[in-house]
Design a protein around this ligand. Structure first.
Ligand SMILES: Cc1ncc(C[n+]2csc(CCOP(=O)(O)OP(=O)(O)O)c2C)c(N)n1
Ligand SMILES: [Mg+2]
Length: 588
């Protein structure tokens, strides 16, 4: 079940027809929109004021891109619609990165805007742009409202589309001709809508039974979760317990299954992908992070794919069993049908995976505690990450961002909820995600760990954090460079070009906005500074680290963009597999 939309009572029979802007504000309120992220402008002013009058807080930002990133984080953390309100022309072009990121993440985000009044179309009007056409290829729905009668319908429809009530979830876009805002919404536009749309789960017993047979008889089963599994945490845990499988997560569901769970073998990801004989994807696309499901990497696997949207059901690699239904209900049905029947497992394999995973995790903890500084005397990023992890509250929301620093953080930090730049590689999300997370979950600590380059994109939003009392702690891994790119350039071209920054004083920058901030250059000062920051957010720690540390992503060749696969080693495996005289591509 993905929720319902109900706009009854947005308007009443006695209502003589409020102006469109007011009507839309009421619709948003009716749909429990908790806050709207945006940046004001004349083309949206009536709705901006209407939203405020309707009692919905507005989080006013410094760049529209940040507003959409915040709406996305809000949506991902609450499961509710995230709403951004941005103005015409450059307001939209600034928002494009956020729109594309939300769409690729399948996050339910509604972007509302205004555009030139009808009588001025094509006459060189201020901020004129064919906005809905521009964003159509990166949204699930894009439409321009020129007629007040369509206003309610369009917003309802776009919200339903964003939430995935009638298809893939993602970013939906509606803009309004500015002359429509003030138009009275006639009774015809006020027909109370009660949309209770959802794709009913209709589990096919035969298909569930095929999944059960395949799973029970698998020797080396692996489960991988993604976006679609987020609402099925408890069922997923029961599934892992009952069926005695190996499990890896991905950025989309990091933290969903605690790193301490016996099924979790994230430290031996490549090995388990190579060796599994049955792979269950739960609401997860087989994208570049999962080697496109290629038989060159998943060498022995048959797939069971479970998803409630097509893009997570049959992309890249078909399943021998495909369950198109709510992931939680599907896992439940499998558990129930499996009953008490025994599983056939390669126990030695599971044991050795767990052992290797444990060993590597222990080695990592050692490295994090002791990693030596660079020849420049600056601390290793692992020392910083170790100090953060040591004080991270158990309920923390963690936001990680950057190049090398993201790669180190992905491995070195864990928390029950983790947000990162995602499959779009959208660096710069850290600050806005952290702000939205603090506002959405004020009872939880929020820590943003970002590379200095990634931090810079939306650094101005520190001002937004202060103004809106977003209680996040921002930690900058300051290595004075776009370092993962420096590494790639040095290895492949023997020189670095346009990739060095300065070890700028980001603490001074934060203080300029009225935020508590410290700059740290000595690892011995970390613990005290982190304690102080956590005690009094919002706060920023600017931590100088060595650029010499080579991250796992730099080593794996992610930054070099190989032709066939994302990682050099997978690329090589794919090449060899493709060169083989006979390839088996069809599942039996
Ligand atoms: C918007 C955008 N621009 C550029 C890139 C390419 N890119 C990926 S990581 C990275 C370096 C990030 O630098 P920083 O945040 O300082 O992390 P570091 O590698 O230095 O640890 C760059 C430029 C990208 N993914 N997205
Ligand atoms: Mg950097």
């Amino acid at each position: 079940m993905r929720g319902t939309l109900d706009s009854e009572q947005c308007v009443t029979e006695n209502d003589s027809g409020p102006p469109v802007a007011e009507l839309i504000a009421r619709v948003l309120r009716r749909h429990s929109v908790e806050r709207v992220f945006g940046l004001c402008g004349g083309h949206i002013m009536p709705l901006w004021i209407g939203v405020h009058t309707a009692g919905i807080p507005i989080i006013d930002v410094r760049d529209e891109r940040a507003a959409v990133h915040m709406a996305q984080a809000h949506a991902e953390l609450t499961g509710q619609l995230g709403v951004a309100l941005v103005t015409a022309g450059p307001g939209i072009t600034n928002a494009i990165t956020g729109i594309a990121n939300a769409q690729i993440s399948r996050a339910p985000v509604l972007v509302l805007s205004g555009t030139v009044p009808g009588p001025q179309i094509n006459r060189g009007a201020l901020q004129e742009l064919d906005q809905s056409n521009l964003v159509r290829s990166i949204t699930v729905y894009a439409s321009t409202v020129s007629d007040s009668l369509q206003a309610l319908y369009e917003v309802e429809n776009a919200a339903a589309r964003a939430l995935g009530l009638i298809g893939e979830p993602g970013c939906a876009f509606v803009d309004f001709r500015a002359d429509v805002w003030a138009a009275q919404s006639s009774p015809a536009s006020q027909v109370p809508l009660k949309i209770q749309l959802r794709i009913p789960t209709c589990l096919d017993k035969d298909v569930i039974s095929q999944a059960v047979e395949l799973l029970l008889s698998a020797k080396r089963p692996l489960v991988i979760s993604g976006r679609g599994a987020r609402s099925a945490k408890q069922t997923l845990l029961r599934f892992l317990d009952r069926l005695d499988v190996a499990y890896i997560d991905t950025g989309e569901t990091r933290g969903l299954v605690p790193a301490t769970h016996p099924a979790f073998v994230g430290a031996v990801r490549s090995r388990v992908m190579n060796e599994a004989d049955v792979v269950v994807t739960v609401g997860r696309r087989l994208d570049f992070q999962l080697a496109y499901g290629s038989p060159a990497i998943f060498k022995h696997a048959r797939f069971i794919r479970i998803a409630d949207i097509p893009s997570e059901l049959r992309d890249n690699r078909r399943g021998v069993v495909e369950i198109f239904a709510d992931p939680g209900e599907s896992l439940d049905a499998i558990i129930e049908l499996a009953g008490n029947r025994p599983v056939v497992r390669d126990r030695q394999w599971l044991r050795s995976l767990r052992q290797e995973h444990r060993l590597r995790s222990e080695q990592l903890s050692q490295t994090m505690a002791n990693a030596a500084p660079g020849s420049d005397g600056r601390m290793h990023p692992y020392r910083l990450l170790g100090a953060i992890q040591a004080q991270l509250p158990p309920d923390a929301i963690l936001v990680i961002d950057g190049g090398d620093f993201l790669s180190f953080a992905r491995i070195g930090l864990s928390a029950p909820t983790v947000l990162d730049p995602g499959a779009f590689g959208c660096i710069g999300v850290g600050v806005p995600y952290g702000i939205a997370a603090s506002l959405a979950c004020p009872e939880r600590s929020v820590v943003v760990a970002s590379g200095d380059g990634a931090f810079g994109f939306n650094a101005m939003e520190l001002d937004t954090a202060v103004r809106h009392k977003a209680r996040a702690v921002f930690i900058v891994g300051n290595n004075g460079a776009w370092q993962i790119e420096v590494h790639d350039q040095m290895v492949r071209y023997g020189k670095s070009v346009g990739t060095r920054l300065r070890f700028s004083d980001y603490a001074a920058m934060a203080r300029a906005f009225g935020m508590r901030a410290e700059r740290i250059e000595d690892a011995n000062d970390l613990a005290g500074a982190i304690t102080r920051a956590l005690a009094q957010p919002p706060a920023l720690l600017d931590v100088v680290i060595t650029p010499e540390a080579v991250s796992p992503d730099a080593k794996s060749g992610l930054a070099t963009v190989p032709d066939l696969q994302a990682l050099a080693v997978w690329d090589q495996a794919e090449r060899e597999w493709r060169a083989r005289p006979t390839r088996v591509t069809l599942e039996d």
